[in-house]
Design a protein around this ligand. Structure first.
Ligand code: 5AD
Ligand code: FES
Length: 351
């Protein structure tokens, strides 16, 4: 059957799903304004013009893993490594709270230095001081017991991208010590424990095919995550993938719109990688259906050391500058930055 973009969009909007071949056409479509418009209508129906902010605290760039794409991989010997102390993390939260942040995202490499006890103490202290805030963790693969302890200490949300839902593609992006199976196990554990869970994938990562992207969407349809983060792959010169092409901005924006139509309730960030690939990438992401921004709250002196890919933006700006810069970008795109805790509108799922 001939592909008709308007029919595909209305089926996706009406049923929250679509056959593989039409999805591939949408992902690669050049004529994307009807897709972005439909996604924008859907995000406004569920979330109005609100855009939520999350303060990102990159608290360690030590990582035991060796993902081929990632700038903070253990094998990158040219990187100086840092860790924030408990007090430094609390300082970031204090500054963030004063700036209106009501969600703190603690992100780091897989760093054994932060034992369950150390991380639980941090989470517990943040939640005690700022009981009106959500704590999101993004610290990679851990045991179910560890996830449970962190949840009991007060963590509300967890971000762990699946990166690619095809096991063969997964093996091309990661060393043998890592598996898609364990990644998925982590995501299901997190969900069962009660976290609001975020997953996602890179767009245009090396060796990625359109079929891989379909697998990503199908996996998300099983998992039904609360948050979905995607961004273009960007090469980092000190990694094995340093010479690969970056992902496509257009494809990334198309996928954001598809995600919005498939998962109307989802919290979808306009990611830093989008802002890095194009000066107004984040604004374009918002207009394509994203509804979250994550300004950097890390101490400025460490920011260049958390380079997952080359030329990452926001590395020289104070937290307050990042916040006001984003406030301006959000309103220039036609939305409103809100300092709400910004929980998922899960009730949408039952409709
Ligand atoms: N390009 C784009 N995104 C990357 N990430 C890691 N390395 C890169 C890269 N080179 C993404 C991964 C990870 C998230 C924190 O950053 O998807 O889950
Ligand atoms: Fe750290 Fe990939 S190099 S999680």
């Amino acid at each position: 059957m001939e592909f008709n973009i308007n029919n595909a969009i209305s089926e996706l909007r009406g049923t929250h799903s679509l056959d593989d071949s039409s999805l591939k056409n949408l992902i690669t479509s050049e004529d994307t304004s009807p897709l972005h418009e439909a996604a924008d209508i859907e995000r406004k129906r569920v979330y109005g013009d609100a855009v939520y902010i999350r303060g990102l605290i990159e608290f360690t760039n030590h990582c035991k893993n060796n993902c081929f794409y990632c700038g903070i991989r253990a094998g990158n010997a040219s990187l100086s490594r840092y860790r924030l102390t408990h007090e430094e993390i609390m300082d970031c939260c204090r500054e963030g709270y004063a700036l209106g942040f009501r969600t703190f995202v603690l992100q780091g490499g897989e760093d054994g230095y932060y034992t369950d006890k150390a991380l639980c103490d941090i989470v517990y202290d943040i939640k005690s001081l700022y009981s009106d805030c959500a704590v999101t963790l993004s610290v990679g693969e851990r045991s179910r017991e560890s996830y449970k302890k962190l949840f009991d200490a007060g963590a509300d949300r967890y971000l762990l991208r699946h990166e690619t839902a095809d096991p063969k593609h997964y093996a091309k992006l990661h060393p043998n010590s890592m598996s898609l199976e364990n990644r998925k196990r982590c995501l299901w554990d997190l969900k069962e424990i009660g976290y609001q869970v975020g997953s996602g994938f890179m767009v245009g990562s090396p060796y990625q095919t359109l079929d891989n992207l379909i697998s990503d969407l199908r996996f998300l349809q099983e998992l039904l995550p609360d948050m979905i983060g995607i961004g273009p792959f960007l090469p980092h010169s000190d990694t094995p993938f340093g010479d690969f092409e970056k992902g496509s901005l257009k494809m990334c924006l198309n996928l954001i719109s598809i995600l919005r139509l498939m998962f109307p309730y989802a919290l979808i960030p306009a990611t830093t990688a989008l802002g890095t690939i194009h000066p107004s990438g984040r604004e374009m992401g918002l207009k394509a259906g994203a509804n979250v921004v994550m300004p950097n709250l890390s101490p400025v002196k460490f920011r260049t050391l958390y380079e997952l890919y080359d030329n990452k933006i926001c590395t020289g700006d104070e937290s307050a500058q990042c916040r006001s810069c984003l406030e301006m970008r959000v309103s220039s795109a036609g939305y409103k930055l809100v300092t709400d805790i910004g929980n998922v509108r899960r009730d949408e799922l039952e409709k």
